[in-house]
Design a protein around this ligand. Structure first.
Ligand SMILES: Nc1ncnc2c1ncn2[C@@H]1O[C@H](COP(=O)(O)OP(=O)(O)OP(=O)(O)O)[C@@H](O)[C@H]1O
Ligand SMILES: [Mg+2]
Length: 221
């Protein structure tokens, strides 16, 4: 069902994911707080409902551990491109591409409650569609060293956008719920999150499809 001229339901978006591949890696890029994880989960469920086994393989699980960030004096910058283990993410994307369907590939997740990654948080095995969601899927090495190989390992990459005031409000809310004071939350959003959002926005034109949430669906931009 289509709600407005150009508004797609998640079910319609699921139909945009090509069939017939041994394993299809679909990236969902976008700024922090855009709703990538939410879209990936909804899309995953819609694909499974359509008898197309899918799994979410987020980039978030490649966050460096807090003790590593602390040792590098980078804990306050957590979330910026160099606070992730991009090399391991790229190696695991390659493994996911090269491993036959039916053979297990462990994939880390990020646990927001403890603010740390969990090794083998999900096991990819029989799923022919992997939804790879995260911030830094479309960057060049000029924009952030070490990330450029990601795009070539994805079969397609979508971009989920959201207006800056929406991002700001969601990120402030998240940081306050996570234990920061309003002032600390504002400082993190202005000094780090929105700078990351600007870097990511510069990569938007490389996406195969750009979406913005609209009501219960998503509008194609
Ligand atoms: N379509 C939507 N409509 C309204 N709210 C939404 C929508 N999608 C996501 N949200 C809300 O926005 C917030 C951020 O969503 P989500 O965690 O999916 O974003 P994200 O892009 O994965 O963020 P991050 O990059 O930080 O992981 C959540 O509170 C979520 O409930
Ligand atoms: Mg997320």
């Amino acid at each position: 069902m289509t709600w407005a001229n150009d508004t797609l339901s998640v079910g319609e978006l699921a139909q945009r994911v090509p069939a017939g591949h041994e394993r299809f890696l679909l990236g969902i890029a976008g700024p922090p707080g855009a709703g990538k994880s939410t879209l990936a989960q909804l899309l995953c469920r819609a694909l499974i409902d359509a008898a197309r086994p899918a799994v979410v393989a987020p980039m978030d699980g490649y966050h460096l551990r807090n003790e590593v960030l602390l040792a590098r004096n980078a804990l306050a910058r957590k979330g910026e491109p160099d606070t992730f283990d991009a090399a391991s993410f790229i190696a695991d994307l390659r493994l996911l591409r090269e491993t036959p369907v039916g053979v297990a590939v462990p994939w880390p997740l990020f646990d927001r409650r403890i603010d740390e990654p969990t090794e083998a948080g999900v096991i990819v095995r029989d799923e022919r569609i992997a939804l790879v969601e995260g911030n830094y899927l479309l960057l060049t090495d000029d924009e952030a060293p070490g990330w450029a190989e990601v795009r070539g390992l994805l079969d397609a990459c979508w971009y989920l956008d959201a207006p800056r005031p929406v991002l700001t409000e969601r990120l402030l809310h998240r940081h306050i719920v996570g234990g920061r004071t309003p002032d600390q939350a504002s400082a993190k959003v202005a000094g780090s999150d929105l700078r990351n959002a600007d870097l990511i926005a510069a990569s938007r034109h490389r996406a195969d499809l750009v979406l913005t949430a609209a009501g219960r669906g998503y509008r194609e931009n």
